[in-house]
Design a protein around this ligand. Structure first.
Ligand code: MN3
Length: 203
């Protein structure tokens, strides 16, 4: 069963003015699609992995035959990370979290403002391409991490509940080199209901 490019649940322009339509169209239809296609090519004909979910494969890269491991790590990461990215953002979103994840954020970081400062710092200071993440760690606590390239927290035993793409392709058309402005705008499109759902299912 090949990995599928998920359809967006909103229009390309639905995240305006925070993320522009052209960026969403290119990011989903070209960048994400390419990761999906290359991921499928990398796992095709490999019985150890080809019927596993993308998440299961990334959670145990040792299972991947060595000659395919780099391609799977990069393109499987690209496929799965972007599917989650589109799911945790949306129109008519943003604001402050509610429910259990809001309580967990307060427990881990003190206040929402402190969480925001730390998450933004991770996103802005990730050198080069990569992601900043809010993850549930092995102790079932929330933690902020960053990863390079398309590396997934799943590969180090952490479950993502929120992520922001800081590859230039995620913001360059609208923000050019102003990554901090993109990161600040990103809070307006976070779908906290979905983040809460991911948090609850991680426990
Ligand atoms: Mn991207």
């Amino acid at each position: 069963m090949a990995y599928q490019l998920p359809e967006l649940k909103y229009a390309y322009d639905a995240l305006e003015p925070y993320i522009d339509a052209k960026t969403v169209e290119t990011h989903h239809g070209k960048h994400h699609k390419t990761y999906v296609d290359r991921f499928n090519a990398a796992i095709a004909g490999k019985p150890q992995i080809e019927n596993l979910s993308g998440e299961a494969i990334l959670s145990d890269l040792d299972k991947v035959p060595e000659e395919a491991r780099a391609a799977v790590r990069n393109n499987g990461g690209g496929a799965v990370n972007h599917s989650l990215y589109w799911a945790v953002i949306g129109p008519k979103a943003g604001g402050e979290p509610k429910g259990p994840v809001a309580d967990a954020i307060k427990a881990a970081f003190g206040t929402f403002a402190e969480f925001k400062a730390k998450f933004s710092d991770a996103a802005v200071t990730q050198f080069g391409s990569g992601w900043a993440w809010l993850v549930v760690n092995k102790e079932k606590k929330l933690e902020i991490i960053k990863t390079a390239n398309q590396d997934s927290p799943l590969s180090i035993g952490k479950t993502p509940v929120l992520l922001v793409d800081v590859w230039e392709h995620a913001y360059y058309l609208k923000y050019q080199n102003r990554r901090p402005e993109y990161v600040e705008a990103f809070y307006n499109v976070i779908n906290w209901e979905k983040v809460n759902e991911l948090y609850l299912s991680s426990k």
